[in-house]
Structures are given as structure tokens and as C-alpha cells.
Design a protein around this ligand. Structure first.
Ligand SMILES: [Zn+2]
Length: 95
């Protein structure tokens, strides 16, 4: 059964070691990663069994985590704010 991580900014999901029924055990760095629209799946590299689902952070999630002092969120927020200043028209529909 796959572990659903509640938030991208959950402290330890990257290093959480999960056992697979096939006998493999390891953390996200050893798993097979698959990107989707709203989540990233992590599967067993040995049998393909889905082990972990991590939601992508929304801008609000990043802001909230940054306000709580999460170092990665602060970094991401800086990048986002920089991009918004540099490309203020990016919200306009494409021609
Ligand atoms: Zn497996």
C-alpha cells in the first residue's frame, strides 16, 4: 500500500525508508520516480509497486511553509517572486 505524504514540505519524506512486499527496502532516492500533474509517484525499482505519493506544492503551500521557516520553501519562494517580477505578464493568456 502506497504511503500518501500529506505535504511536499513534510520534513522527512525523502529519507523515509519504506519496505516493499517484494523484499526491496529504501528511501525516495532509490525509488523509481514518475512525475504527474499534481503529484509525484515513487515506485519500487525492483517490481514497480507504488510505494509513496508526494503532492506538488501550490504557491500557497510554499508561502505557508516559508512563513514557518522551512528552508527549501524560503528558497523556492525567492525563486517564484523573482520570476513574477521578471515576467509580470506571464499570467496573460498566450497569443
Ligand atoms: Zn518491490
Amino acid at each position: 500500500m502506497a504511503e500518501l505524504i500529506p505535504s511536499y514540505f513534510t520534513a522527512d519524506w525523502r529519507v523515509r525508508s519504506l519496505p516493499c512486499p517484494c523484499g526491496w527496502e529504501g528511501d525516495s532516492r532509490g525509488m523509481a520516480m514518475e512525475l504527474h500533474d499534481t503529484v509525484t509517484d515513487y515506485a519500487c525499482p525492483q517490481c514497480g509497486n507504488l510505494l509513496m505519493i508526494v503532492p506538488h506544492p501550490s504557491l500557497d503551500d510554499v508561502r505557508r511553509a516559508a512563513a514557518e521557516g522551512h528552508p527549501e520553501a524560503i528558497e523556492q519562494l525567492a525563486i517564484i517572486q523573482d520570476a513574477l517580477q521578471r515576467f509580470p505578464a506571464s499570467n496573460d493568456p498566450a497569443p
